[in-house]
Design a protein. Structure first.
Length: 390
């Protein structure tokens, strides 16, 4: 959302941002943009959530009705149901929410826009009961896990009701759009695709002749990202390899243990979590042959967009919206579930291509320019502006 927030002024003279998680006090981004204090410090603040979600008098009637209608026969979702109730109550008991209500009731055209289709969307059915006016529009954007509810065992509270309430629902990929339209055909006309994007910083420096093959990957080190598999496939590649990984996570200790066995011609650099500016600086100054992503699930990966913006080809699994970006002209897109031999052969074929041609780099850059540049936000917020006047 960091990139997107720079384009809020396209749609409105006044913007009120209501974050769920974060730290610090309310701040001003621009003269007419105000950020309210977050409701919770972080997603890991369980005691804080318990306190703020339990000790208030806010209703959970919509959750209760939805639970007995859809979820009570699915025990694996019960924890997620309870979590959603607590978060929803904590939000609605916060000063953050009260200021949002005041902002809506003050009159004038208002667009309530949620960047994620998760916790804030579970508040929307209650919002209409809290507002004294119905002169506002609801617009939602969804990405990957918030689309499918995969991290909540498939739990997605009153999605049909939220679709009924909203003016438009934008998935960041055609894959996400089709996913929703297939499941909620009655709201097909509301469900659209609007890709996010990343800024350009110029093309990355070209690798030197004779330089060892240099790959970069960027992700959390969690099971679904399969960072360990990247190590294994490079370990079996009969080439000099330098691999840089940016990101951290619970599987970092396991990965550090594995790289102790790296063959002499395979150099691994684990950079851990870094800020965006540090990653951009790396791309600007370090010659890289290709980006690699072997994840089992994705929305529309920002990490791939960033690589393309520097003209770096991508080797990735065909999950989520990834095949909408990665193809044979700018990299290689392979099925997520393949045998080790097929994966190894595909990577070896890709290595031959990046070693012998610069066409992939040019096409990678063109893909960024045509599909996932920040121009996408201008188009998106112009659409939102049209909703406020309709």
């Amino acid at each position: 959302m960091v990139y997107e927030s720079q384009y809020f002024n396209v749609t409105s003279n006044s913007v009120l941002i209501a974050p769920l998680f974060g730290s610090g006090t309310a701040q001003h981004l621009q003269l007419n943009h105000r950020v309210l204090p977050p409701v919770l410090t972080s997603p890991k603040s369980r005691l804080q959530l318990l306190y703020k979600g339990l000790f208030n008098f806010k209703s959970f009637s919509y959750h209760r009705s939805d639970f007995f209608k859809h979820w009570w026969k699915q025990p694996k979702t019960w924890y997620s149901v309870c979590l959603s109730i607590l978060v929803s109550r904590a939000i609605r008991a916060s000063s953050n929410y009260q200021q949002l209500i005041h902002y809506i009731n003050a009159g004038g055209p208002v667009i309530v826009y949620s960047y994620w289709a998760d916790h804030w969307t579970s508040v929307l059915p209650y919002l209409k009961d809290s507002c004294s006016t119905s002169h506002y529009k609801i617009v939602i954007r969804s990405h990957g896990s918030d689309l499918t509810g995969v991290h909540q065992q498939g739990y997605r509270p009153f999605r049909a009701e939220v679709l009924q309430l909203c003016t438009a629902w934008y998935a960041v990929s055609e894959y996400g759009k089709l996913y929703l339209q297939t499941r909620y055909p009655e709201f097909k006309f509301k469900i659209k695709c609007a890709r996010i994007g990343v800024p350009g910083h110029g093309k990355a420096p070209l690798p030197n002749v004779g330089q060892p093959l240099t790959f970069i990957s960027v992700s959390n080190i969690v099971p679904l990202k399969r960072v360990h598999l990247i190590f294994e496939v490079f370990q079996n590649l009969n080439q000099d390899i330098i691999w840089h990984h940016f990101g951290d996570g619970p599987e970092m200790p396991r990965l550090k243990q594995k790289i102790k066995s790296a063959r002499p011609a395979f150099k691994v650099h684990l950079h851990g979590h870094v800020e965006t500016d540090a990653l951009v600086s790396f791309y600007k100054t370090q010659p890289v042959h290709a980006f690699i992503n072997l994840s089992t699930r994705e929305g529309l990966p920002v990490s791939i967009m960033e690589a393309f913006s520097f003209g770096i080809p991508v080797f990735a699994t065909a999950v989520g919206g990834t095949p909408e970006l990665v193809n044979d002209t700018n990299g290689s897109c392979i099925p997520a579930e393949v045998t080790d031999t097929v994966l190894q052969n595909a990577l070896e074929a890709f290595v031959l291509r990046i070693s012998n041609s610069n066409d992939l780099r040019q096409q990678a850059y063109i893909t960024w320019l045509n599909k996932v540049s920040t121009e996408n936000y201008v188009h998106f917020f112009n659409e939102l502006k049209a909703y406020s006047s309709s």
